[in-house]
Design a protein around this ligand. Structure first.
Ligand SMILES: *Cc1c(COP(=O)(O)O)cnc(C)c1O
Length: 381
């Protein structure tokens, strides 16, 4: 028996839906329409509806989705966009791609999401938008962000790459700002068999602009209205995503059940001081793209080595906050500027998380953590 535990089991969803996925791919191949077309249009409608809004603009990746949303809102040179430093690189780099400047605001230590008080302190006359990330699948604290956005006439663009189906006070991600950016990267909650992404919005004018922008700003053909780029979505990916979307809520329930089992097991095994559990805030639907603990006692990196040696999947999201990334040095941030993000980067650890994760796999994962802790205690004695 294979005793390894994967971090994320992408193949399980394919095994479950192999037949309908093959049929969907064959349908696209037979149609000859392999880029955009009716499969993409149908997916756009279905995902927009799932997110509680009206328009979807399919594109090549979540990174493109962020860039499209910024461009459609005419955010560019001279503008500032407030983003958290503790997120995937694309959140900030999309702002740079649009020609604007990312301005970092530190995160809240409990949720790992952008701290509204920090946001407020970063606003200047150049600020155009706030780009909160719903990190690991839990919505950022939107109520104070809405107040700030209203008071300063700013857009809110949701980075919902990890959070399709997440909710804040009963409102779904996709309806919490001007636009929400989704990624269908294979490890995301709704994953394609390759790269894919989408922007959802309730505004028909922005939707139209994004539709032009993703095909070089063309409208009509060979008339370039806007300076766009090629950010189109493949029909094969759209057809596969359409097969998967009806299963998303069940998979999300599987993730939530696994998260609650981790919570209980960590307590039962007396590990709660070593592995600080993620906090689910009230009035949120957390969709658990990741189950991320804080590892205490400065032992995170040694624990990672121990788990990897035991073939237990784990990952550090994210080891280097964005304000300390080499290519963003021109923004002139320094170590110590965002202490909460820097501390998170030193202690977070994502444990295996996927819809079909079994209690046996979770017990093996946590036993390996307990063994490691036991060794450390013996070494110290
Ligand atoms: C995955 C991710 C992205 C980028 O999505 P891609 O599809 O990989 O381009 C952006 N932001 C966050 C928070 C992500 O997790």
């Amino acid at each position: 028996m294979n005793s390894s535990v994967p971090l994320c089991d992408i193949q399980a969803q394919f095994r479950e839906l192999a037949e309908p996925i093959r049929e969907a791919v064959n349908r696209v191949l037979a149609s000859g329409q392999v880029i955009l077309g009716p499969e993409v249009a149908a997916l756009e409608e279905e995902v927009a509806r799932y997110c509680g809004t009206s328009h979807g603009i399919g594109c090549a990746s979540g990174s493109d989705a962020l860039w499209l949303a910024l461009e459609a809102l005419e955010i560019g040179p001279g503008d500032e966009v407030i983003v958290p430093p503790f997120t995937f690189f694309a959140t900030a780099s999309a702002v740079c791609r649009a020609g604007a400047r990312p301005v970092f605001a530190d995160i809240d230590p409990v949720s790992f999401n952008i701290d509204p008080e920090q946001v407020e302190s970063k606003i200047t006359e150049r600020t155009k938008a706030i780009l909160p990330v719903h990190l690991f699948g839990q919505c950022a604290d939107m109520e104070p962000l809405w107040r700030i956005a209203e008071a300063h006439d700013l857009y809110i663009i949701e980075d919902s790459a990890q959070a399709i189906g997440s909710e804040y006070h009963g409102k779904r991600s996709g309806t919490l700002g001007a636009a929400a950016c989704l990624s269908f990267y294979p490890s995301k909650n709704l994953g394609a068999m390759g790269d894919a992404g989408m922007v959802v919005t309730g505004d028909p004018e922005w939707a139209a602009r994004m539709t032009w922008l993703r095909t070089h700003g063309m409208e009509p053909k060979y008339h370039h209205k806007l300076l766009g780029w090629n950010a189109r979505l493949d029909a094969i990916q759209a057809a596969i995503l359409r097969v998967k979307l009806p299963h998303l809520d069940r998979w999300t329930q599987g993730r939530q059940a696994a998260a609650h089992r981790y919570d209980a097991l960590i307590a039962d095994m007396g590990l709660e001081h070593f592995l600080q559990r993620p906090v689910e805030l009230p009035n949120r639907r957390h969709v658990f793209n990741q189950y991320v603990v804080r590892v205490a006692f400065g032992q995170r990196d040694d624990l990672v080595r121990h788990l990897r040696a035991q073939k237990i999947g784990c990952e550090i999201y994210y080891p280097i906050p964005l304000h300390l990334q080499e290519c963003l040095a021109y923004l002139d941030y320094h170590s110590g500027d965002f202490p909460v993000s820097e501390e998170a980067a030193r202690c977070v650890l994502a444990l295996p998380m996927f819809p079909d994760l079994t209690i046996d796999q979770q017990q093996r994962t946590l036993r390996a953590c307990a063994d490691f802790l036991g060794q450390q205690i013996r070494l110290a004695a």
